[in-house]
Design a protein around this ligand. Structure first.
Ligand SMILES: Nc1ncnc2c1ncn2[C@@H]1O[C@H](COP(=O)(O)OP(=O)(O)O)[C@@H](O)[C@H]1O
Ligand SMILES: [Mg+2]
Length: 386
């Protein structure tokens, strides 16, 4: 029940107001003068005040001012005499919510009081809202975080589905290759055809290597931890990886050469990661020669290392793998870093460049790629020296 304090020095008016407001459901307190009114106000803290203006002692304007100083959220409606417009304006200026003029009419008074009450309710709501604002912001933040987590989960599930599908396809290809190799090997043995045996064995070996590449690339790709840096002689890693490709390159008449910077000493780099980078880049370069349709070319793959010092004295290691193989069309370039994208049916996996990019980025480096269809490709890995 809303408490209202009614102040008027004329007893009959006070009684009449008490009666009509009580019948409207208000808890009515009355005072015949300003002094008494302020006492009651301090004791009872009514939310609404209805006060006459012209009163002996403390007048209505003064009561209004003091009440507003005590509690500025209280709504005060003033009662003015007919034609007391200046007083009414002064009251509004001091924070009265409304004024009613004498002689008082019940319906006018009620409209005014109800309006003041609505204002009170709005203020209360605003206050509640402000008080709760912080909590509401926290609630919003929480639901936002939950939605974000949900999204990440959904995306992760979707990309996991994609990965599994790509992987299944890749394994199927390898199995077909292994099966083909075994069939050739077996037939060659039965029919005593050594060339077939050899070819079958080579197919078998090639596909076993693909299994190993797939596993190593997948493991590196899925690795979440930071690279395990350590003293690493990059020129040595290049030499080791080139050794792995010597036989295959020889079979396909691809010349392998190196141009290694003697100033490139030990660098703080992850050995395993760099080995994957070089295996993938050199494998791609050799493959590009094998897949090249122009058999008149003398295919070459060159791996070059350099240490360069920038204008800011920051040192960068450059590893460049260049081939004069088939090169890439613009369409291929657009899909390069896509999971399981390969143009090498029966040979590719489509993780090589992705793993390379991941390792290089983890080392704070970048990859630069230049390629012309039919002419060749050059891939450079730039690593900041830390
Ligand atoms: N040196 C290159 N020359 C021509 N094409 C290349 C070269 N390197 C990469 N590519 C193209 O990019 C594709 C993706 O390479 P990669 O991620 O290593 O997967 P994969 O070698 O298993 O196909 C290759 O299938 C090929 O089309
Ligand atoms: Mg590759």
């Amino acid at each position: 029940m809303t408490k209202i304090l009614v102040i008027d020095d004329e007893r009959p008016i006070l009684d009449m107001l008490e009666l009509s407001l009580s019948s409207e459901g208000y808890d009515v307190l009355t005072a015949e003068n300003g002094e008494k009114a302020l006492e009651i106000f301090k004791e009872q803290s009514p939310q609404l005040v209805l006060t006459d203006i012209r009163m002996p002692g403390i007048d209505g304007i003064e009561v209004l001012k003091r009440i507003k100083t005590l509690n500025k959220e209280v709504e005060v409606v003033v009662i003015t005499g007919h034609g007391d417009m200046n007083i009414a304006i002064a009251a509004l200026q001091h924070g009265a919510s409304d004024f009613v003029t004498k002689p008082l009419r019940d319906e006018v008074l009620m409209v005014s009081i109800e309006r003041a009450e609505k204002k009170l309710a709005m203020c209360r709501q605003l206050k509640d809202y402000t008080d709760n604002l912080e909590q509401k912001v926290e609630e919003c933040k929480l639901s936002l975080r939950q939605a974000q987590e949900q999204l990440v989960k959904t995306e992760r599930l979707a990309s996991m589905g994609e990965t599994v599908a790509g992987l299944a396809h890749c394994i199927k290809n390898i199995m077909t290759g292994l099966g083909g190799g075994m069939y050739m090997f077996h037939t060659g043995m039965v029919k005593e055809k050594p060339a077939m045996v050899e070819e079958g064995w080579a197919m078998f070996q090639r596909n076993m290597e693909r299994v190993s590449d797939l596993v190593l690339d997948l493991l590196r790709y899925a690795k979440q931890t930071a690279p395990q840096r350590g003293p690493c002689r990059l020129n040595e890693v290049v030499r080791e990886v080139m050794r792995i490709f010597r036989v295959e390159a020889g079979i396909h008449k691809v010349a392998l050469s190196m141009d290694l910077d003697p100033d490139l000493k030990e660098a703080d780099i992850e050995y395993d990661g760099m080995q994957r980078v070089l295996v993938n880049l050199i494998a791609n370069a050799v493959d590009a020669c094998i897949y090249d349709a122009d058999i008149s070319k003398k295919w070459e793959v060159l791996v070059k290392t350099r240490v360069r010092t920038g204008a800011d004295q920051v040192k960068t290691i450059h590893i460049t793998v260049t081939d004069n193989g088939c090169g890439m069309t613009d369409e291929v370039k657009g899909h390069l870093f896509q999971r399981f994208f390969t143009t090498k049916a029966g040979r590719g996996i489509g993780l090589g460049l992705l793993v390379t990019q991941k390792v290089v980025h983890e080392h704070g480096g970048e990859i630069l790629l230049e390629s012309t269809a039919g002419q060749g490709t050059s891939v450079s890995v730039l690593l900041p020296v830390v």
